[in-house]
Structure formats: C-alpha cells, structure tokens
Design a protein around this ligand. Structure first.
Ligand SMILES: [Zn+2]
Length: 177
C-alpha cells in the first residue's frame, strides 16, 4: 500500500496502529500494510467499526469536559465531578478494548487482519472485512473476484486482463465460505 494511505490509516486510528513503527522483534506491523491500495476502504471502514464505541465514549467525555463541573447540559442537568469521572473511566475502558493490529496483509487473494486480542464483536467485523476483500480488486477497489491461476489474487476484470489472468473454471467456491 502506498505511503500516503499507510500514513492516513495510522493517523486516523492511532489506537489500532500504535505499533506501526515498533521494531520487527515486537510486531509484524513494522512491514506496513502488505496489500494493495484497492483495499484501503475496507480497512478504513473496518477500523471505523473497531473504534466506534471508543469514539462515542470519547465524544461524550469531551462534551462533559467542555461544559466543566457546574456546567449546564441540555438546559437542565448540572455536570458533577462524578459525571466527569465516570465518562473518563468509560472512555479509558473503551480505549483499552480497541484491538491493536499486529499484521495486515494479503494472503491467498484475501485480506488478513491480525490483532493482539479482540472481542467477539470485533472478530465478526474483521471476518466481514476479510470476506469483502475476496470480492474487491486489490489494485483499484472495484468489484472483483479471486483468480487462482498461479498465485491467488482478487482482481476486477480490467486488472485481471492487464495481468493476463485467466479464470479457473472449477473455481466455484471462493474460499470465503
Ligand atoms: Zn481493479
């Protein structure tokens, strides 16, 4: 994946990609995003889902903190220190649950998004994103399908033609079932 897209993902999701520049003895994220630019939107959307609860908790805390103790919310409620503490604790709790990526790459024509630990909900999002990659051209992001002649790759018709790829006739199962 090209540098600008790599940097954009790291800047947008620091909790997920905090290990991007750690040494290879600690994480495979040091290699960056080992897949084509065409999967940028899938990864971006996935990370949006993985951080959605944290972002909700953060915007609630930010809102309360801005009002400050004694501030008036919704025209009636007065913000207390307890409200602030609770919102902060909730935000920190959600931040701790955001999965940290250890490797993002292409394998057998599909996206692999490996994390240190995650909830079942997170694993469902990851699984959905990986399934979408088998239907999305890795080069340009257009609808595509997996080619299995030689090395496996998921491509749109244009990029398959460019590479001289041929569809396997017996390729009914796309490997994502
Ligand atoms: Zn394409």
């Amino acid at each position: 994946m090209r540098k600008e897209l790599d940097e954009a993902l790291c800047a947008k999701y620091p909790l997920i990609f905090g290990d991007r520049h750690k040494p290879m003895t600690q994480t495979a994220m040091c290699w960056g995003f080992s897949c084509g630019d065409g999967w940028y939107n899938i990864i971006d959307t996935l990370c949006g889902m993985l951080t959605s609860k944290y972002r909700q908790a953060k915007s609630r805390y930010d809102y309360l903190a801005e009002s400050g103790v004694g501030g008036i919310l919704y025209g009636t409620k007065t913000v207390t220190q307890e409200d602030l503490d609770k919102a902060k604790a909730n935000m920190e709790e959600e931040a701790a649950k955001v999965p940290v990526a250890v490797q993002v790459k292409e394998k057998f024509g599909g996206l692999r998004f490996y994390v240190q630990a995650a909830t079942d909900e997170h694993y469902n999002y990851i699984s959905f994103a990986e399934s979408m990659s088998y239907r999305t051209c890795e080069v340009c992001g257009a609808p595509g399908e997996r080619y299995t002649d030689g090395w496996h790759q998921t491509l749109c018709e244009v990029h398959a033609k460019e590479d001289g790829r041929e569809k396997n006739e017996d390729d009914e199962d796309d490997g994502d079932e």
